[in-house]
Design a protein around this ligand. Structure first.
Ligand SMILES: NC(=O)c1ccc[n+]([C@@H]2O[C@H](COP(=O)([O-])OP(=O)(O)OC[C@H]3O[C@@H](n4cnc5c(N)ncnc54)[C@H](OP(=O)(O)O)[C@@H]3O)[C@@H](O)[C@H]2O)c1
Length: 279
C-alpha cells in the first residue's frame, strides 16, 4: 500500500511517516520543497504519476496569529491547496485524509463538540482550515476529516517544550486557565489516522484529539509535576495575554476513544523525550 504524505517535514508529518514506515507502507514523502500544494498542475501530475492508494494531507499554514494579517496565504495553502489535493485524488479514485482543527468551532458550547456540530471559526486560521474541510467534502467523497487540537510532538516547537524551557529559566509563570481543550500527541494522532484507514472506517469527520480535557494552566501544571520542575505557576485569564487571533474558550471535542487520555499520552511523550536526550 502506497501513501502520499504532504507536510512530511512538519511536526505531525514526521511522526506520521515514521508510523506508516514501521507498519510497512510504501511512502511518497512530500513537502513544500518538492510539492507545493498550491500548484494545481504539480499536484495533479504527482498524484496521477505516483498513483498512491491514499493521500494523507498534513501540510498546512499553521501560524495562527500570523494568519490574521496574512489571510490570503492562509486561504491559499489551507483552502486552495486542500482543494487541489482532494480533487486530484478524486480524479484518480484515491481517498484523502485531511487534518483539521478544533478552531473550526467558536468555543461557546458547554459540552464536548461532536463531529456534526455547527462550525463557526473565530479566527482566520480556523476559517481557512474550514475552507479546506469544505473543499475536501465537495471534491472527494472518500475522505477522512480528522480534527485535532493542542498538538505537540518531538519534531516541532510546541507547548510542552516551551514549558520545560521556561521551567528551567524562570521562578514563576502565569498560564491561561480560561481556555480548555484536548492536548494531543502527534504519535497518538498518527495512530488514530492509521486505525481509520486500516479498519476501513466509514468516510466522514472524526475528532482525533487526546481523551479528557484541561486548560493550558492545567496542562502546564501536569508537565511541571511529571518533570519534577519547581516553579510558582499561577493561573490567569486570556485578557492578560492579548494575541492577534481570538482563541475559542471551550474546544473540548468528543474523540470517541480514538486517542488515549491526554495525561497518559503526555507521560509517553516525556519518557520518550528522556530516552532521546540520554542516548
Ligand atoms: N499544531 C497544532 O497545535 C495543530 C492543532 C490543530 C490542527 N493542526 C493541524 O495539524 C496539521 C499538522 O500540523 P503541524 O503542527 O505538524 O504543522 P507544521 O509543523 O507547521 O507542518 C506543516 C508542514 O506543511 C508545510 N507546508 C506549508 N505550506 C506548504 C505548501 N504550500 N505546500 C506543501 N507543504 C507546505 C510546512 O513547510 P514550512 O515549515 O516550510 O512552511 C510544514 O513542513 C496541520 O493540518 C494543522 O493545521 C495543528
Amino acid at each position: 500500500m502506497k501513501v502520499l504524505l504532504t507536510g512530511a517535514n512538519g511536526m505531525l508529518g514526521q511522526d506520521m511517516a515514521k508510523l506508516f514506515r514501521e507498519k510497512g507502507y510504501e511512502l511518497i514523502l512530500t513537502d513544500i520543497h518538492n510539492l507545493d500544494i498550491t500548484d494545481k498542475n504539480a499536484v495533479a501530475a504527482t498524484i496521477s504519476k505516483d498513483k498512491p492508494n491514499i493521500v494523507v494531507h498534513c501540510a498546512a499554514y499553521t501560524n495562527v496569529d500570523g494568519a490574521e494579517s496574512d489571510k490570503a496565504t492562509a486561504f491559499k495553502i489551507n483552502g486552495t491547496g486542500s482543494e487541489n489535493l482532494s480533487s486530484a485524488a478524486a480524479e484518480n479514485n484515491i481517498p484523502i485524509v485531511y487534518i483539521s482543527t478544533d478552531y473550526v468551532f467558536d468555543g461557546t458550547k458547554n459540552s464536548p463538540y461532536q463531529p456534526n456540530d455547527k462550525v463557526a471559526p473565530i479566527n482566520v486560521y480556523g476559517d481557512s482550515k474550514l475552507a479546506g474541510e469544505i473543499a475536501v467534502k465537495k471534491h472527494n467523497p472518500s475522505h477522512y476529516i480528522c480534527r485535532t487540537s493542542w498538538l505537540y510532538g518531538h519534531q516541532g516547537k510546541n507547548f510542552v517544550e516551551t514549558m520545560i524551557q521556561l521551567g528551567s529559566s524562570k521562578d514563576e509563570l502565569k498560564v491561561v486557565d480560561d481556555q480548555v481543550g484536548c492536548p494531543t500527541w502527534t504519535v497518538d494522532l498518527a495512530k488514530a489516522v492509521l486505525y481509520l484507514i486500516e479498519n476501513k472506517m466509514q468516510y466522514g469527520v472524526y475528532h482525533t484529539c487526546g481523551g479528557g480535557s484541561t486548560s493550558w494552566y492545567g496542562f502546564a501544571k501536569k508537565i511541571f509535576e511529571l518533570e519534577k520542575i519547581n516553579i510558582n505557576l499561577m493561573p490567569c485569564n486570556t485578557d492578560e495575554f492579548p494575541r492577534p487571533a481570538n482563541r475559542p474558550r471551550y474546544s473540548i471535542m468528543d474523540n470517541q476513544n480514538l486517542c488515549r487520555d491526554w495525561v497518559k499520552a503526555l507521560e509517553g511523550y516525556l519518557s520518550l523525550r528522556k530516552e532521546v536526550i540520554t542516548t
